[in-house]
Design a protein around this ligand. Structure first.
Ligand code: ZN
Ligand code: ZN
Length: 351
């Protein structure tokens, strides 16, 4: 391809492409193809200037949209225009100089990804670390105080990255490159348990204790992303009734959480579409047709549907590993009316 024709193009991509690792994705793609140029966030998306041979540029345009795209990205439109000849030294991520106040689309919070769940088992500084995250997963919307989306403008600002986290944060080939909420046991937030007998931040202890409470018919309050849940066993009619009384929630059905699709299928009839929806990164509560008499009627006052979600926080996964019950009632708490003392933004306390 020695005589191949070099061309310059601009690609403008709109959609949900900020704060979810899209620029590193473009960068890796360009570098792997020997394309030079720049990528930066723009007011309403991402702007790419690229120079390369026609065939490479053609593949590049395809791959930035379809190959290795960050799971949380939603591409709404792509426009490609040719540009005048301009030479670049390599490919660079350019820090956006935009100071505009226009609302940039912010990613919703995302469920912990499979890679992070694996890291929780083997990365020494993140063993069972309940605030693990990467560019493909973790909190976004609920930690943002202001835009642009940078760590200093999130609730993570008070936590200074340790050297390990920083080295990942600045490594373009790392899954945590520019993951603003990056954290580990050494430098990040921790759960607190707030109880007469135990006051510590040892996560294994907290998980065991919380699971024990739930399995023995108690209700716990669990801080999550953007609020907290009152949590109890979904198989114990007495505790569900207690929760209903406390919530003064006469007959409204409670949402449930179950550890995986296989478990859900023992209690509800699932279509492929519903499976996909349940597993999507936003982990919505999905209304499902219940298998008759599979659950206490206190959950939904005997209706034939149940609202179910899959775990999304690392804490949920750790909890299910320890729990006897496979069904949790997850009732969103109302901060103003609930008599619960939360000792920290990220706290679990006994109800
Ligand atoms: Zn992740
Ligand atoms: Zn760290």
């Amino acid at each position: 391809m020695q005589n191949a024709e070099y061309i310059n193009i601009r690609i403008h991509i709109e959609g949900l492409v900020q704060g979810i690792g899209f620029r590193p994705h473009v960068y890796r793609n360009a570098v792997s193809k020997g394309i030079s140029g720049t990528v930066e966030n723009s007011d309403n998306g991402v702007d790419i200037h690229a120079r390369g041979t026609e065939i490479k540029i053609k593949n590049f345009i395809h791959d930035v949209q379809y190959t290795g795209v960050p799971p949380a990205a939603i591409i709404q439109s792509v426009s490609v225009t040719s540009e005048a000849k301009c030479l670049y030294t390599g490919f660079k991520i350019v820090k956006s100089s935009l100071q505009s106040n226009s609302i940039t689309r912010i990613s919703p919070d995302m469920a912990v990804c499979d890679d992070c769940l694996e890291d929780m088992k083997k990365q020494p500084e993140r063993l069972n670390y309940p605030f693990i995250n990467c560019t493909n997963c973790g909190p976004r919307f609920s930690i943002i105080r202001d835009i642009p989306y940078d760590r200093e403008k999130t609730t993570m600002a008070e936590f200074t990255m340790c050297n390990t986290c920083r080295s990942e944060f600045i490594n373009i080939n790392d899954r945590r490159f520019h993951a603003q909420p990056i954290a580990c046991t050494r430098c990040g937030p921790a759960y607190f348990i707030n109880n007469m007998s135990i006051k510590n931040t040892d996560i294994d202890n907290i998980i065991r204790y919380s699971a024990g409470l739930i399995d023995s018919g108690r209700i716990i309050a669990l801080m999550g992303m953007g609020g907290y849940h009152l949590v109890c066993s979904g198989m114990d009619p007495d505790v569900i009734e207690t929760l209903r009384r406390r919530k003064r929630r006469e007959s409204k059905p409670f949402a449930l959480m179950m550890p995986d699709i296989d478990t859900i299928q023992r209690f509800a009839i699932l279509s492929e579409t519903e499976k996909k929806l349940l597993s999507s990164v936003q982990r919505p509560v999905v209304l499902l047709k219940q298998i008759p008499d599979s659950l206490p009627e206190q959950i939904n006052s005997g209706l034939d549907t149940i609202g179910v979600m899959l775990p999304y926080m690392p804490f949920h996964y750790l909890l299910f590993k320890e729990l006897q019950t496979e069904v949790l009632v997850m009732s969103s708490g109302n901060r103003s009316s609930e008599p619960i003392v939360i000792s920290h933004e990220k706290a679990v306390s006994q109800f």
